[in-house]
Design a protein around this ligand. Structure first.
Ligand SMILES: CC(C)(COP(=O)(O)OP(=O)(O)OC[C@H]1O[C@@H](n2cnc3c(N)ncnc32)[C@H](O)[C@@H]1OP(=O)(O)O)[C@@H](O)C(=O)NCCC(=O)NCCS
Length: 509
């Protein structure tokens, strides 16, 4: 599911990453069953999730051994290599691990990775609406399904509370996403949304919301074919109910409700490796408020750097440099749509966005999304635009600071100026609005500007995009290398944009 890492920490300029754990795990630590809290024993409705795979377990052990040996090596000039190897070992473990739920699902399977005979396209023919199960999947007896009415303020507060306390954390449990209510509303109510795709689980007695999964409809072009999909997001299980196979039940239930709308494909991202990503990417972070970032442990002071030199290093101009740079307004929607549609056409996989979508997704909303256009001062033509969305993270257990204000790069199209200049102006605007850090993925055409604009790679590992019910080409990042393009945040989170590549061909991964 939509896998993000909150504010994955970043080294100060020139410093290697501090955390070489290489874990791809999103979310907090599993909760022990000895907590005395309610449990959801055997929540999954699947009968095919049997425990086996001794070989896989051996491989996992070997992988762990390898990783721990790597961890013991001196972090010298070899540090980076070791860390990469460690990450590869982790990835290999994930690939070889049994996935007792995902192996039963119509998704690309790891075992087919090198099978040239496995064709691209839908894994199963679109289903028969009449055969879709009418009743919700079974939950443990003390829990019940609850469709969340996101127009109801109280329900929104409940969703906010569940996520703010239980959603994605970084691997060291120092930061946790803190999506605002306004943001959640924006993400969950795009044009054409279905209210019954906002699925909660409540404790029957207390009615407390303990789990969530959501979907919104999205049109995604895959090569030449436009497919109506569900974009799945906000999969969350309360910390006290983890590791009890509740997530597969949530995923099955949202799948059932998606099928009921005669939709048979889905796209989602995850911070864990599950079968089978069509691409992988990584966050990069640009310090805007280096002192705070260092104080809260988000980044570290580089060797031989003082705080004042670090502050100077990341200082930005007060004013933007592109003539005609201004906030996007409603009248810009047609021009921005046109720019973005042209831009997205170059990718193998990309969202299909109409003016209605652009108006919804990009018109600025305070503390949710900021968008700027470049209006040619002479012709008044809109030639470029950039945007970022706001996703703060709770700083866990810090006496001085409680919130990290992060901007996330969204859609950017440069035609009259270099992308680097446009993004530099975006950084200046983010700084002006008091963001602490500006995050971007190494996707689309981002990579060339990342280093020049002093972004550093995070230690929050990779972000995987997967699709359900469809096989999509080869994952060029399947060997753990970072990709240079092809995956794009849509509605702050998910997918998609495969860069057109001549060598891009089956088999997938
Ligand atoms: C993600 C989360 C809901 C999983 O719940 P859990 O209690 O840890 O796991 P469960 O025992 O219920 O289910 C395990 C199954 O779910 C799968 N799973 C775990 N995280 C997943 C994810 N992000 N997307 C899809 N499937 C996931 C596992 O791979 C496993 O299936 P498998 O055996 O086929 O591999 C929970 O850890 C959580 O709320 N984490 C914090 C928020 C978060 O990370 N959300 C996901 C954002 S991508």
């Amino acid at each position: 599911m939509t896998g993000k890492k909150p504010a994955g920490k970043v080294p100060a300029a020139g410093v290697r990453q501090s955390n070489g754990s290489g874990s791809d795990r999103g979310g907090g630590s599993p909760v022990s069953s000895s907590t005395g809290e309610p449990t959801t024993a055997a929540a999954s409705s699947s009968t095919s999730e049997s425990i086996s795979g001794e070989n896989a377990n051996n491989n996992i052990e070997q992988g762990r051994e390898l990783t721990s040996q790597f961890g013991k090596l001196e972090l010298s000039q070899l540090g980076k290599d070791v860390e990469n190897l460690s990450k590869r070992a982790q990835k290999q473990m994930a690939v070889e691990k049994r996935h007792l739920f995902w192996e039963t699902q119509p998704v690309g399977q790891f075992k087919d990775r090198n099978n040239q005979d496995v064709a691209e396209g839908s894994i199963e023919p679109s289903g028969d609406l009449a055969s879709v199960r009418q009743e919700p999947y079974n939950l443990p007896s003390t829990y019940e399904w609850s469709t969340c009415d996101i127009n109801d303020e109280n329900t929104m507060k409940e969703i906010y509370t569940l996520l703010t306390n239980n959603y994605v954390e970084d691997d060291d449990n120092m930061f946790r996403f803190d999506y605002s209510v306004e943001f959640l509303r924006w993400a969950l109510k795009p044009p054409g949304y279905f209210s019954d795709w906002h699925i909660g689980v409540r404790a029957k007695g207390s009615k407390k919301l303990v789990a969530l999964i959501t979907g919104v409809p999205a049109k995604i072009r895959v090569r030449d074919q436009v497919i109506l999909m569900a974009e799945i997001n906000f999969l969350c299980v309360h910390k006290k109910l983890r590791s009890k196979r509740l997530a597969p039940v949530l995923i099955r239930e949202v799948t059932r409700r998606v099928h009921l709308k005669d939709i048979w494909h889905a796209a989602y991202t995850a911070g864990v490796v599950i079968p089978t990503p069509i691409c992988t990417c990584q966050y990069w972070h640009r310090s805007l408020n280096p002192k705070k970032l260092i104080d809260v442990g988000f980044s570290r002071l580089a060797p031989r750097m003082t705080m004042s030199r670090t502050i100077k290093l990341y200082r930005l101009p007060e004013e933007t440099s592109t003539p005609g740079f201004r906030p996007m307004e409603r009248r810009d929607v047609p021009a921005v749509t046109h720019l973005l549609q042209n831009y997205l056409a170059q990718f193998q996989v990309a969202p299909v966005l109409t003016e209605e979508d652009i108006e919804y997704l990009l018109l600025p909303i305070m503390n949710v999304v900021n968008s700027y256009v470049v209006e040619n001062p002479a012709s008044h033509e809109i030639t470029d635009f950039c945007s970022f969305y706001t996703l703060p993270s709770t700083i866990i257990g810090n006496d001085n600071y409680s919130l990290l204000k992060a901007a996330y790069s969204y859609y950017n199209v440069a035609t009259s100026v270099p992308l680097l200049s446009l993004m530099s102006d975006a950084l200046i605007m983010a700084k002006r609005h008091d963001y602490d850090v500006f995050n971007a993925l190494d996707i689309m055409h981002n990579e060339p500007f990342l280093k020049d604009l002093k972004f550093g790679p995070g230690d929050a590992h990779k972000w995987e995009l997967s699709t359900s019910a469809i096989r999509l080409g080869r994952n060029v990042a399947g060997d753990g290398e970072s990709t240079s393009g092809f995956f794009l945040g849509i509605r702050h989170t998910t997918c998609l944009c495969h860069r057109a590549e001549p060598s891009f061909s089956p088999p997938f991964l």
